[in-house]
Design a protein around this ligand. Structure first.
Ligand code: PGA
Length: 246
């Protein structure tokens, strides 16, 4: 079984002053039994990475442009993010897919950009509520995986996050059976496409993970950690989730 990963996605929250949460988290979890990652806003990556040096916490980014450089005003390449201290880059989060119209092909290109820069790509997939109600959750997730995960994905360069859109920020979580069904299917798809390496590829669950439900979710088969939004903003909450992954 792969070592678990507790990843925090701060979204558009936090300022440079929130660096105190990094210090508090490293104090609360000096020697965690899982890998720990915080993805703050772009502007905080460099200072957070500096503060996290020598701790068990890695710092990542929430998105990147597919190109390495060029005339793309306001965008950031994976190379720029890695230069700032990011070790991981989230790509294809449902909020980017919805707010910015990102397609599977866009996400695929961004994952390759992360690799090109030497970062781990955290590739997000997940069905909407209407898709789940229609009985299409497995099909939607499988199709997104086919389109969004580039050839060449390995356990070392890729993490996959299953985030049902209807569970994000809502306090609603699928049943443990439903999480297991999707994660088992994801593992089978990865094994069919990538062979032995797929057993070591980390599959995160995301969507309303809290200190109170993390241990149960992390105990589900083929769940190798979590991608956590709201409950990752405060070190006191996130420490509970990190400890649940141990
Ligand atoms: P949430 O967000 O934990 O606030 O539901 C998860 C995510 O969008 O990654």
């Amino acid at each position: 079984m792969p070592r678990k990963l507790a990843a925090g996605n701060w979204k558009m929250n936090g300022t440079l002053g929130s660096i105190s949460e990094i210090t508090a988290l490293s104090k609360a979890c000096p020697d965690p039994a899982c890998d720990v990652l915080i993805c703050p806003p772009f502007t905080a990556i460099a200072s957070f990475a500096h503060a996290a040096k020598g701790t068990a916490i890695s710092i990542g980014a929430q998105d990147c442009h597919a190109n390495a450089s060029g005339a793309h005003t306001g965008d950031l390449s994976a190379e720029i993010l890695v230069d700032a201290g990011a070790t991981h880059i989230i790509v294809g989060h449902s909020e980017r897919r919805a707010d910015h119209g990102e397609s599977d092909a866009d996400v695929n290109a961004k994952a390759q950009a992360a690799w090109r820069a030497g970062a781990v790509a955290i590739i997000c997939v997940g069905e909407t509520e209407a898709e789940r109600d229609a009985g299409d959750a497995l099909k939607v997730v499988s199709n997104q995986m086919t389109g969004s995960i580039p050839d060449g994905a390995t356990a070392a360069n890729t993490v996959i996050a299953y985030e049902p859109v209807w569970a994000i920020g809502t306090g609603r979580v699928p049943s443990l059976e439903d999480i297991a069904e999707v994660h088992d299917e994801m593992r089978a798809r990865l094994a069919a496409r990538f062979g032995d390496d797929a057993s070591e590829m980390r599959l995160l669950y995301g969507g309303s993970v809290k200190p109170s439900n993390a241990a149960d979710i992390f105990a589900v088969s083929n769940v190798d950690g979590g991608l956590v939004g709201g409950a990752s903003l405060k070190a006191s909450d996130f420490a509970g989730i990190v400890n649940a992954a141990g």
